[in-house]
Design a protein around this ligand. Sequence first.
Ligand code: KIV
Ligand code: ZN
Length: 501
Amino acid sequence: MPRHIKIFDTTLRDGEQAPGCSMNPEEKLEVALQLERLGVDIIEAGFPISSKGDFDSVAEIASKVKDSQICGLARAVEADIDAAWQAIKSAVAPRIHVFIATSPIHMEYKLKMKPDEVLARAADMTAYARKYCPDVEFSAEDAMRSEPEFLARVVDAAIRAGATTINIPDTVGYTTTGEMRAMIEYLRHRTSADDRVIFSVHCHNDLGCAVANSLAGVQGGASQVECTVNGIGERAGNTALEEFVMALRVRSQLYDADSRIDTQQIWRTSKLVYHITGQSAPLNKAIVGQNTFSHEAGIHQHGMLASRETYEIFTPETVGKTPDRMVLGKHSGRHAFEERLSELGFELTSEQVDEYFEKFKEICDKKKTVNDRDLEALISAKNVAGVYELDRFDVHAGNYTSPTCVIRLKRDGKIYEEVSLGDGPIDAAYNAIDKIMKLPPHRLENYSIRSTSEGKDTLGEVLVKISCDGEVYNGRGLSTDIIESSILAYLHAANKFVSLT
Ligand code: KIV
Ligand code: ZN
């Protein structure tokens, strides 16, 4: 029986902290419910003391998710721990995660605390959290640049104070596989940890080693691995959940360990997080890149025809990637539409199916066939509810005229109309939207467009990133008309700013 490795997902905390990855409460709940479906053991839902919005969102997730534990992060101070507990206390299985840094550089420059003070604080605050919650995780921030003997003393103090999980973060992505394995082995033997204490690793990817270091942690005896979907996170990100989980599953005999993740939910989960964060997978991204299962070279294709195993170590179906099928078109009914969505893993209410079916029919008027990639884009390109919606637009552009756009938006039943010039039709449209929405000074950080499938009648999918008040907001828009998708993407991002502030 392989050892069970717990998957602790921090997409909604460490992942969401990354520039451009902020999510609104509705999106966070959607991600949390998908993580529950994926079979994640623990969801770190946020950092409740950091803002009222984060507190409310953690509390909402705690009350709705039933099959995963819900964790709230806290610095080693009472106010943080109080807030974390208040936010997670309604969860079926709550966990408080207390952290303090233990490396010389962090203690001296960030905390401005002496090692003995850090040691005492770690023990006191772990004990304080235990008064609220039977499940407390203690993390030694920047553990892999800490002095091992001191780290062992802090870990031991946290265990004696009641920590049930000890997490060893490689906060700056500095360590190597050998060091990580040795550190976990060392701490397991140098502390009073018994079999009930779980060791965990939390790796960052600054040198591209996060997944490898997490696997090394497992070899050293860690039974929990912390990761994020698509590896999102500050700087180069965190251990990518899908990569770690598949490495463990494919080589479970070697590691004599496995997770309880339903790998068939991986594709869907990854797409959801990419869509919400306004990103898309690099074509050659491990596990979820579009090219992961493409075989171009003749010799590979020949081998694949003889036996898939010649060049594939797991099938697309294992990670929930269904074969593309051109089944839908203008004659397809609501039933066929709903069935295909459910085959693709989308669980929608009847009202949502009605709403998307309307949009699907509009697309069918302009496009002969709709394939799975179009459908996935359609479902994920929804706008933020309750703010500005596009009513209509009119653009004038050419190489001899000044591009102009008249735009009309709706908000709570009220109509707003503006006209503006620009360097091009899209710039003109964005200027007109700015006039209506009166955004504070902001910058368009990124604009990209791609087709969702082949053919001239394909859908144009636009991704934008705008920065405003020091935060970055992503938007996505989809239409057969690229000016309309550009407007929808910009509105999506701007609406996030309005709804989050
Ligand atoms: O990277 C890190 O050290 C963290 C801790 C808060 C666990 O994210
Ligand atoms: Zn981290």
